[in-house]
Design a protein around this ligand. Structure first.
Ligand SMILES: [Zn+2]
Length: 314
């Protein structure tokens, strides 16, 4: 039998677990909420219980496993497998020695990498970035996640936490961010930012909807039905996303800019205008051979990428 792995993607809301072959086939998956009591039960406790249950339920023995590839939210010290920081407020998470806990429990190889980096490696192994060696990936959701592949290697930095793309400031006196700084990229380029832009002008833009019911899906549905006022808000938001990406393109000279997150599935209303704006702001030399497209693997990218890293593919 070929080698088999457990891929684990620990997010702020849920943990996803997958039983993965060496070729990247997903044989079984499961997921569990981790935020059910506002993290009073530490995430790592929920994760360990979920993994034990998964192994029992799927009749997977440790003897048939070659290791655990773990993708985790926050700033992850990849060398030590420890959570070294977060930009938000997840209780009982910073300093969690994830790798040590798994090694002590299962006595198998373990790797721990930031979730946005794992999403990129998943896409490089099995998704939209297959065959590319110079890639900038941004995942647009509640916040902004990012990963950078340069000459086929994942950019990690000295502590393994490089690529925190949500938190480079783009406005000097901008909005206060959960990281403590002002004007961070994700305050203007995340889906949350778009929703807040619409909520701030809700009486005028969506008078028939209560503020709680405004989300990205609703906004894009209305734009697709021809709402021109909302279309111009979306366009302004796309400009903010563009400004950050143009900076990254000028720094890293990627061949591929990969866009992840739910909104990336909006090809006509999002990816196409984003591509147009990026090309209009980017210096011509950097546009040559530049491809801008959406990610492919969706929710499984993280756990598959974690296995790719464990397998030493990156
Ligand atoms: Zn920030």
């Amino acid at each position: 039998m070929s080698k088999r792995y457990i891929g684990i993607d620990i997010g702020g809301t849920a943990v996803k677990i997958g039983y993965v072959t060496a070729e990247g086939e997903l044989l079984a998956t499961d997921s569990k909420r981790v935020d059910f009591d506002h993290y009073q039960t530490p995430i790592i406790v929920t994760v360990k219980n979920a993994v034990d249950q998964f192994l029992a339920l799927e009749h997977i023995t440790l003897a048939e496993l070659s290791g655990f590839g773990i993708s985790a939210t926050g700033q992850i010290d990849t060398k030590e497998g420890v959570v070294s920081g977060t930009a938000g407020h997840i209780a009982n998470w910073i300093q969690t020695p994830i790798a040590q806990i798994f090694k002590d429990s299962y006595h198998l190889p373990v790797s721990v990498v930031n979730d946005a980096d794992c999403a990129l490696m998943g896409e490089c192994w099995l998704g939209a970035a297959r065959g590319y060696r110079d890639v900038v990936m941004v995942t647009i959701g509640t916040g902004i996640g990012g990963g950078i592949l340069t000459e086929g290697r994942l950019l990690t930095g000295v502590r393994g936490i490089a690529g925190e793309l949500g938190h480079f400031p783009i406005r000097a006196d901008g909005e206060l961010c959960s990281c403590g700084n002002r004007g961070c990229y994700e305050k203007y380029a995340s889906t949350t930012a778009l929703v807040n832009m619409v909520r701030d002008r809700a009486d005028e833009l969506v008078p028939d909807i209560s503020a709680d019911h405004i989300d990205g899906q609703l906004i894009f549905n209305r734009v697709s039905q021809g709402d021109t006022a909302l279309r111009s808000v979306v366009s302004e938001w796309i400009t903010s996303i563009t400004l950050g990406l143009v900076g990254l393109i000028h720094i890293f000279n990627p061949q591929l800019v990969l866009i992840g997150g739910g909104v990336s599935q909006q090809e006509e209303l999002f990816i196409e205008p984003l591509r147009e704006q990026i090309l209009s702001y980017t210096m011509p030399g950097f546009c040559k051979d530049l491809i801008i497209k959406s990610a492919q693997l969706g929710n499984n990218a993280g756990l598959l990428g974690a296995v790719a890293y464990l397998k030493n593919l990156f």
